[in-house]
Design a protein around this ligand. Sequence first.
Ligand code: COA
Length: 326
Amino acid sequence: MGAIIRASVKSPSPSGLRAFNPRRDMAHVADLVESCFADTLDEGGRYYLQRMRAGSGATGLGAWFGWLTSLMSAPMSGYVWEQDGRIVGNASLIPVFANRHWFYLIANVAVAPEARRQGIARRLTQQSIEHARQRHSKSVWLQVRQENEAAITLYKNLGFIERARRTAWVCDSSYIPPNSHPETNFAPVNARHWQQQRLWLLRSYPPELSWHILFNPTLLQSGLAGALARLFTDTYLVQWGAFQNERLLAALSWQSMPGPTDVLWVSAPPSLDEDVLLALLLHIRRDLPGQRSITLDYPAGLFGSALHQAGFIDSQTLIWMEKKLA
Ligand SMILES: CC(C)(COP(=O)(O)OP(=O)(O)OC[C@H]1O[C@@H](n2cnc3c(N)ncnc32)[C@H](O)[C@@H]1OP(=O)(O)O)[C@@H](O)C(=O)NCCC(=O)NCCS
């Protein structure tokens, strides 16, 4: 008997699955995503939802302007699950170009609490994989919080494999750092250090894991090329290095961003002494404008002690998973 009930619960009507229609569904999907991620939404997540809703609700010229703005940041394709005329499930598809390849990221996988454990998320994810396969994508990626065992199990069973773990750090703008370490030697980095700095940066921010945080090494480059790139993109940058006998040990770059927070990039070898990074973090913080919070995305497990001592809080660690497509 138990088996019969389970079988019927496991087979939601296939008519429930349909392609996401951005114009019609955006606001409903934003509501669903907000309710399903309520306890984990950070500032970036709230900003993202705000962008998703920008085109919905308004009328006339305002609607078109909002719609055009939202096109630039909101998901444009994916699948939803409808039950009794209401959207109860969603999976968004974001095409990404990185490392000279197109691939898809599956995001916003969410199912309303009353519709869970009926196989809806599995169907939405499978359909999203199929969508990517039909468009000759070499692989599909997704990100999941490391505590979210339900979703991790779902994705592993669909063939996704863990590729990386990254922690998002947030630094409150009101934090006042204690005195710096006077024994460490700090100076602005210049074009002479760029090759070394670039190498460390690309190791810590590989393109397939950092496109979403708008990592653009050209904007960090010292010298004319970087200065021009910053001029044309209206980017403000503060950059310092820690040195020992003129040898670069590590560099930090603070970059102004259009979203709700600014960003800090760390260029350092994984073997760097954490005290050096701590001293550099405290040093650069004194030079920053200070009214906005700063985020830092970095491989999980690295420099946690220095970042905590410099006033950063680890807001979340995400597992990046990939499924290769034939
Ligand atoms: C995670 C979530 C999307 C799952 O949706 P769902 O429709 O209930 O999932 P499904 O019914 O398709 O489950 C598929 C498989 O996932 C796993 N799973 C799903 N929910 C689970 C739970 N609560 N506990 C343990 N495993 C779970 C199981 O392996 C399940 O297979 P099974 O039912 O044969 O055991 C849903 O719980 C949700 O929206 N959570 C909040 C938002 C979220 O965390 N999204 C994922 C972001 S990466």
